[in-house]
Design a protein around this ligand. Structure first.
Ligand SMILES: NC(=O)c1ccc[n+]([C@@H]2O[C@H](COP(=O)([O-])OP(=O)(O)OC[C@H]3O[C@@H](n4cnc5c(N)ncnc54)[C@H](OP(=O)(O)O)[C@@H]3O)[C@@H](O)[C@H]2O)c1
Length: 332
């Protein structure tokens, strides 16, 4: 089959479009003919490599998959449209799970076929297009989990970093449908009207304005109820600073680094809570599908690339030029 594999860690140039053997079905697994696979920042982490985390080469990236079943099983029919829940129990102490196509043993969806545990197969919601369906299993699920952990209710104010990102754009769409007041952050002028159209009440351009000053001015110095932080080292100090007393920060990412400083006095004196969020559960994915259907929310798709152009898709994500989900078209 055709796949984009990596045979070493490195830049986008290590993404190699090539023929690799088809996966061979083994007990408890299903084979999915991949239609579309969304690109996530995780793909870049795995491509670059992270010290202490190993993959066996050649490795196929891609955790956000929609496609059709090669064979039926149980209540699923051959050729039925499905999506793949990407978390696999890690079996390791103090590590909840690994992710398909991530730093685990499972190959991902940058390939014409992928073998996954049968328990990870979910019927594709019929109201979503195939491109949309592949976009919800990681960024949208994580944003949904984070919003739930934020404890925010209608009328509360939340700051969501990175309006153009997968997690940020998902967070804005979902938070708007939950009736939250949304502050978001961009770094280019052109993204401000897009973020407003998605539902943000205040858009701060971090290259032109001081985020803390803008947030405190907008909230009458009180601060926000919650922050969705997927950016990491560079934003953690600001996220804590702008929380109101009793506010919650929910963190899921380290785009700008995984080692940061926390103002401990600020943290305890405002009785803040910091929650970690790692993807979300299968039942949260089902609840997300229901919520999106009932609120008529469609995911934001930035651009669709052919599988063989995976390196261009990675370059687009790394340059921060995207708004929403970048998707690879795998079926030919
Ligand atoms: N824990 C989990 O289960 C989970 C799930 C999904 C994602 N994640 C993590 O969440 C992060 C986001 O993922 P994604 O796929 O949404 O990434 P993405 O689409 O590549 O977005 C990256 C975002 O980071 C922003 N950013 C970069 N530098 C910044 C800075 N100095 N200050 C403020 N914002 C900055 C960018 O905004 P500008 O373009 O304006 O710079 C952009 O919005 C990644 O680290 C990913 O690994 C974790």
């Amino acid at each position: 089959m055709h796949a984009v594999a990596i045979r070493k860690h490195g830049g986008p140039e290590v993404l190699s479009y090539e023929e690799i053997p088809d996966p061979q079905s083994s007990g408890g697994h299903a084979i999915v003919r991949v239609g579309y696979c969304a690109v996530n920042h995780l793909d870049i982490w795995v491509r670059n490599g992270i010290a202490g985390k190993k993959v066996a080469f050649p490795h196929v990236l891609g955790c956000d998959i929609s496609g059709t079943l090669v064979e039926g099983f149980g209540k699923f029919k051959k050729d039925e449209k499905v999506v793949v829940y990407p978390a696999i129990k890690s079996g390791l102490p103090r590590v909840s799970f690994s992710i398909i196509g991530g730093f685990g043993k499972y190959h991902g969806g940058y390939a014409e076929m992928v073998m996954v545990p049968k328990e990870n197969i979910i019927r594709q919601p019929p109201w979503l297009s195939d491109v949309e369906a592949c976009s919800l299993n990681v960024s949208y699920l994580t944003a949904w989990n984070m919003l739930q952990k934020s404890g925010c209710k209608r009328g509360d104010t939340i700051l969501i970093w990175g309006a153009n990102s997968g997690v940020g754009s998902a967070g804005i769409l979902l938070a708007r449908a939950m009736g939250l007041r949304i502050i978001t952050v961009v770094s280019t002028k052109g993204n401000t009207p897009i973020a407003k159209k998605l539902g943000a009440d205040l858009v701060i351009n971090r290259t032109k304005s001081d985020v803390t000053a803008e947030v405190l001015s907008y909230t009458g110095e009180g601060g926000v109820d919650a922050v969705i932080d997927h950016v990491g080292a560079k934003t953690w100090p600001i996220s804590l600073e702008i929380l109101k007393v009793g506010g919650k920060m929910v963190a899921c990412g380290t785009t700008t680094g995984g080692e940061g400083s926390v103002n401990i006095r600020e943290f305890y004196s405002k009785e803040a809570t910091i929650h970690g969020a790692y993807l979300g559960t299968r039942s949260q994915l089902a609840a997300l599908h229901n919520f999106m259907r009932s609120k008529r929310i469609r995911p934001i798709i930035d651009r669709v690339f052919d599988l063989k152009d995976a390196s261009k898709a990675h370059q687009r994500m790394e340059s921060g030029s995207q708004f929403g989900k970048i998707v690879l078209r795998v079926l030919r």
